[in-house]
Design a protein around this ligand. Structure first.
Ligand SMILES: NC(=O)c1ccc[n+]([C@@H]2O[C@H](COP(=O)([O-])OP(=O)(O)OC[C@H]3O[C@@H](n4cnc5c(N)ncnc54)[C@H](O)[C@@H]3O)[C@@H](O)[C@H]2O)c1
Length: 291
C-alpha cells in the first residue's frame, strides 16, 4: 500500500465525496471543515450515499460500518494534517482562499506530505507557490459524485516532481480510480472541453436555434450524453459558469466569451437549480422550460 494517512480539507459536496471514495478504497481519512455544520452535513450525506450503494446491492451494512469507521471528522486543522501523508484540499473555488489554506497546511503538515488541490480550473502552480514545497503540490481533480465517477485528472504544476505524481497515481489506482495526467493549463482537459461545449449550447439557445428542452434532448439522444447542456449548466450553477467562462476568456481569448444571456441571467440572480431559476424553473423538480 502506498500513502495511507490522508486528510481532506473542506467537507462540502466534493470533500465529503472524496473522503467517502478514499474510505471505500480502504484508506483512513481525516475530514476537516472550518464549519461544524458542514462537517455534520458531510457525515449525513456520506451515510445517505452509502445507503444508496446498499439499496443497489453493491454494499452490505457491514461494509457501510467499516467505511464510516475509516472517516474521522475533525474540528481542528492541525489535528487533521499533523501526521498526514497526503492532504487533499476541497474548499471553495477562490485562488486567494486556496492560497491561504495551502500556506496553513504547508506550515502544519509533515514536510514530506503531498498537498493536492481539487480545483476545477485555477492555477495549480500559483497555489503551489504559496507553499515551501511546490515539488510536492499537484492538482487532483475529482468529479461529482466522487464515489461513482471513475476519473481523477492529475494536474502537474510547473514544479511538481515525478515522484509526487507517481505517489498520487498509485493512491488513485488503489481506490479503484482511473487517472489521466495533464499540464497545468487553464481548465485542464475536462473543464476546458466541458466549458466550450456548454457555452456553444447557451449561444444556440440565445440565437433561438431551438428551445432549451430541444437543445438538451438533441444532445442527450443524438450525442448520447447523459445530461443535456442547459440542464447541466443549471446544475453546475450559472454564476459558476460565468466565472469559469471569464477565466477561460482571459487565458484563451474570445472563443470563451460568456454569452450575453448568461451574464443577464446571473445579473438577475438566476443561478439555475440553487436559486430555482435558470434555463428551467424549479420547485423540487424541474417544472417548465424557458423557451
Ligand atoms: N461541485 C463540483 O461538481 C466540483 C467538481 C470538481 C471540483 N470541484 C472543486 O472542488 C472544490 C470544492 O467545491 P464544492 O462543490 O465541494 O464546494 P462546497 O461549497 O460544497 O464545499 C466547500 C467546503 O469548504 C468549507 N470551507 C470553506 N473555507 C474553508 C477553510 N478555510 N478551511 C476548511 N474548510 C473550508 C466550506 O465550509 C464548505 O463545506 C472547488 O475548488 C471546486 O471548484 C467542484
Amino acid at each position: 500500500m502506498g500513502l495511507t494517512k490522508i486528510a481532506v480539507i473542506g467537507a462540502g459536496l466534493m470533500g465529503s465525496g472524496i473522503a467517502q471514495s478514499l474510505a471505500m478504497g480502504g484508506k483512513r481519512v481525516k475530514l476537516y471543515d472550518s464549519s461544524k455544520q458542514s462537517l455534520k452535513r458531510a457525515e449525513d450525506s456520506i451515510e445517505k450515499s452509502l445507503q444508496r450503494f446498499v439499496k443497489a446491492g453493491t454494499m452490505n451494512e457491514e461494509a457501510v460500518f467499516t467505511v464510516m469507521e475509516h472517516i474521522h471528522p475533525v474540528h481542528d486543522v492541525w489535528e487533521a494534517v499533523k501526521d498526514a501523508e497526503l492532504v487533499i484540499e476541497a474548499v471553495p473555488e477562490s485562488l486567494s482562499l486556496k492560497k491561504l489554506v495551502f500556506e496553513e497546511i504547508d506550515r502544519l503538515a509533515p514536510e514530506e506530505a503531498i498537498l493536492a488541490t481539487n480545483t476545477s480550473e485555477l492555477s495549480v502552480t500559483a497555489i503551489a507557490a504559496a507553499t515551501s514545497r511546490p515539488d510536492k503540490v499537484l492538482g487532483m481533480h475529482w468529479f461529482n459524485p466522487a464515489p461513482v465517477m471513475r476519473l481523477i485528472e492529475i494536474v502537474q504544476g510547473e514544479d511538481t516532481s515525478p515522484e509526487t505524481i507517481k505517489a498520487v497515481e498509485e493512491v488513485s489506482q488503489e481506490i479503484g480510480k482511473e487517472t489521466v495526467l495533464v499540464k497545468d493549463r487553464q481548465g485542464f482537459v475536462t473543464t476546458r472541453a466541458l466549458t466550450a461545449h456548454l457555452l456553444e449550447c447557451i449561444r444556440m439557445h440565445e440565437e433561438g436555434v431551438a428551445n432549451a428542452k430541444d437543445i438538451d434532448k438533441a444532445i442527450r439522444l443524438g450525442l448520447n450524453y447523459p445530461m443535456g447542456p442547459l440542464e447541466l449548466a443549471d446544475l453546475i450553477g450559472l454564476d459558476t459558469m460565468l466565472f469559469v467562462s471569464e477565466g477561460m476568456t482571459a487565458a484563451y481569448g474570445d472563443r470563451f466569451l460568456p454569452p450575453q444571456s448568461l451574464r443577464k441571467m446571473v445579473e438577475a440572480g438566476h443561478f439555475g437549480r440553487k436559486t430555482g431559476k435558470g434555463f428551467y424553473t424549479y420547485t423540487v423538480q424541474r417544472e417548465t422550460s424557458k423557451q
